[in-house]
Design a protein around this ligand. Structure first.
Ligand code: ADP
Ligand code: MG
Length: 323
């Protein structure tokens, strides 16, 4: 057993280089950089809501930071600093060691310095605030899409949602499919390089945490446009392709935790977008386009490959009715 202060010192106190002052004082000190705006985001993971109680702590450390990095990626911001607020039921040293290992492995890969936080006793709850930098005026916001833009997504969608079904034994998968999907659920890879490469190319962007249908609706609403999504064009992994049609659609369009990027770009930028995907090692797929939104109509229209309209789908909403 260790005191709160030992615990912080052992698990979360790391030397900093970029920050003026890191963990240990009442505040961290960060020096603003001329010509840069600071992008700030907070994401909280709650046991039972965002992860199951027996999740591997190393993977949880990774995911706690990954979901925040994904928000910076979606703005085209360079990750710099993070704070970590943590409630744990007891001073579980082995668990914290693994949690910190997962957290810092990802933090180091992206040059993120942990500069502060808070540690209390309570039901397991993990909350990171992340700070990134983006040259003034260059952040890729949700509100920049215009009618006629293409709608793109990175990677494949729905794998994490299928992984959750597998963990709950609500879907039976082959061993390779199961490991792949649970990996996508528990160890998402934030698309930071892609977000940065899309500066000046993407007109709007959002990261996919609550399902393409719902997240594309956020983007469309913010931009005052509507999105037409061809569900037959949505990129699926080998794992999802083996699933029945209804489940495939539900996972890929209304499943959470993809942490891929969804963005718009002008139609004359297609070659450049594909080249950017290649340069960062990700497949980018055009799944639809933006169009003028008529008053009173839905922000997202789902169609099949023949252009036939399909029933609407909602994304995940913590306070909404179940999808
Ligand atoms: P205070 O009571 O002044 O808020 P704390 O005792 O909570 O200070 O924290 C002491 C120092 O340790 C502070 O610099 C705080 O930012 C840092 N800290 C506390 N918990 C964590 C954590 N989980 N990760 C990183 N830094 C932490
Ligand atoms: Mg405190």
């Amino acid at each position: 057993m260790s005191s709160e202060f030992d615990l912080i010192a052992r698990h979360f106190h790391r030397p900093v280089k970029r920050a003026v002052l890191g963990v240990g004082d009442d505040c961290a000190l960060l020096a603003p950089v001329q010509g840069q705006e600071m992008a700030v985001s907070t994401d909280m993971l709650v046991e039972g809501t965002h992860f199951l109680a027996d999740t591997d702590p190393r993977r949880l450390g990774h995911k706690t930071l990954a979901v925040n990095l994904s928000d910076l990626a979606a703005m085209g911001a360079v990750p710099r600093y993070a704070t970590l607020a943590l409630a744990v039921p007891d001073a579980r040293d082995a668990w914290l060691t693994h949690f910190a290992a997962g957290f810092f492995a990802l933090a180091n890969r992206h040059g993120v310095e942990l500069v502060g936080g808070d540690t209390t006793r309570g039901p397991l709850n993990l909350c990171v605030t992340i700070f990134g930098e983006v040259p003034c005026g260059q952040a890729i916001r949700r509100d920049g899409a215009v009618s006629g833009d293409d709608l793109w997504v990175s990677g494949t969608l729905g794998d994490a949602a299928l992984g959750l079904l597998a963990l709950r034994e609500e879907a039976s998968l082959g061993a390779a499919e199961r490991a792949f999907c649970i990996g996508r659920l528990e160890s998402p890879e934030p698309r930071v390089d892609l977000g940065l490469a899309l500066r000046g190319v993407a007109t709007s962007m959002i990261d996919l945490s609550d399902g393409l249908a719902g997240d594309a609706a956020h983007l469309a609403r913010a931009s005052g446009t509507a999105a037409r999504i061809n569900v037959d064009a949505v990129p699926l992994s080998f794992a999802l392709r083996g699933q029945p049609q209804a489940r495939r659609l539900r996972c890929a369009l209304a499943g959470g935790d993809d942490y891929e990027l969804c963005f718009t770009a002008a139609a004359d930028q297609r070659d450049l977008v594909v080249a950017i995907g290649r340069s960062v090692g990700l497949s980018l797929t055009r799944v639809g386009s933006m169009f003028e939104r008529a008053a009173g109509s839905a922000p997202v229209l789902l169609v099949d490959g023949d252009g036939r309209a399909l029933p609407a789908m909602r994304g995940y909403d913590h306070f909404g009715a179940p999808p």
